[in-house]
Design a protein around this ligand. Structure first.
Ligand SMILES: Nc1ncnc2c1ncn2[C@@H]1O[C@H](COP(=O)(O)OP(=O)(O)OP(=O)(O)O)[C@@H](O)[C@H]1O
Length: 304
């Protein structure tokens, strides 16, 4: 893992929902760091806590415990100006490019809006010039798309607009929550390539949230596996995927389609039994972290 100073870090962050007598631990002592020019993939099944982690980063939720660090400084104590700088520096790309754009406004409006908010002194011509640059950056023709409304674009084009909108305020970090899962398979690769280009060309730090290990491998250098609100295995992508230690990571990997494997080799009952074992064990007190390789760690299953 790179040792450069992280731009953004979660330090032992916990978030609990529900009543005291029936708490839901959406994040349990979650720690990770995002660095320039690198992608960290956060993978896990539905309900594991991935979106909660994203919302904590976007400050939609305040942590119950732990803290958010931006360039090494705790954000909890930051003044208004630092919070505003943080908001511009950390942008999100959502899963659903259909609902994240307003159907009543043109693409030009969508891209000019963040420029108006964050660069108040720009004149009309400069703003238009920047919108054209943003569209070119996401490989869309400004002459063709600027005056269009979201419904006149394809899903892939809309997701490109969402990425352009995130880039409008010169962010340092992008949190992409399942950015391809609602897109047609044929356009997914284009969006993943675009994220990879943005990372390389602009030195962005990316948090790529997904339940799909195959796409995580395509975009990320590091991976964290989340289960039941806790990071159970993390490290360099090749080390974790090449030598998965945690039973839950193995389970996720076994769900990646393998064209050489026949369905009959594992029955649905086998899979359900394995999930049940993991669920029971994860309810036990969590054990200490183990270091597997130089840049590879796990929280193994506790002994009953
Ligand atoms: N606002 C909330 N109020 C109560 N419980 C919540 C809230 N947000 C999340 N949870 C619970 O926290 C847990 C983690 O949810 P979260 O949405 O973070 O998971 P996820 O991994 O992102 O799932 P998905 O992939 O389905 O979005 C779940 O049990 C969920 O029901």
């Amino acid at each position: 893992m790179s040792q450069a100073t992280p731009i953004l870090a979660l330090d032992n962050v916990s978030k609990v929902f529900g009543r005291a007598d029936n708490p839901v631990y959406a994040a349990r002592s979650v720690s990770f760091a995002l660095r320039s020019g690198r992608t960290l993939a956060l993978v896990g099944e539905s309900g594991s806590g991935k979106t909660t982690a994203a919302r904590l980063i976007m400050r939609e939720y305040q942590p119950d415990e732990g803290q958010l660090l931006f360039r090494g400084a705790a954000l909890g104590k930051a003044d208004k100006q630092s919070i505003a700088a943080y908001r511009a520096s950390v942008q999100m790309v959502f899963q659903d490019p259909f609902s994240s754009l307003n159907p009543a406004h043109t693409i030009q409006y969508h891209l000019e809006r963040p420029l108006r908010l964050h660069h108040k002194r720009l004149g009309r011509a400069e703003r238009r010039g920047l919108v054209e640059e943003l569209l070119a950056r996401v490989k869309l023709d400004p002459a063709l798309v600027m005056a269009k409304y979201p419904h006149e674009l394809s899903g892939g084009q809309r997701q490109r607009i969402s990425i352009a909108r995130a880039l409008a305020v010169n962010p340092q970090v992008i949190v992409a929550d399942e950015p391809t899962s609602m897109l047609d398979v044929s356009v997914r690769l284009g969006i993943l390539n675009l994220l990879n280009d943005m990372k390389a060309q602009l030195g962005l730090a990316l948090l790529y949230i997904t339940h799909d290990i195959a796409t995580a491998r395509y975009v990320a250098e590091e991976i964290m596996v989340m289960y039941s609100g806790q990071i159970v295995e993390w490290g360099d992508m090749e080390s974790v995927l090449g030598n998965p230690q945690h039973p839950y990571t193995r389970l996720l990997l076994s769900a990646v389609p393998d064209p050489d494997r026949r369905f009959a080799e594992t029955s649905a009952d086998d899979e359900l039994n394995r999930i049940e074992v993991i669920r029971r064990q994860s309810a036990l007190p969590q054990p200490e972290t183990l270091q597997v390789g130089a840049n590879h760690f796990i929280r193994p299953m506790p002994q009953a």
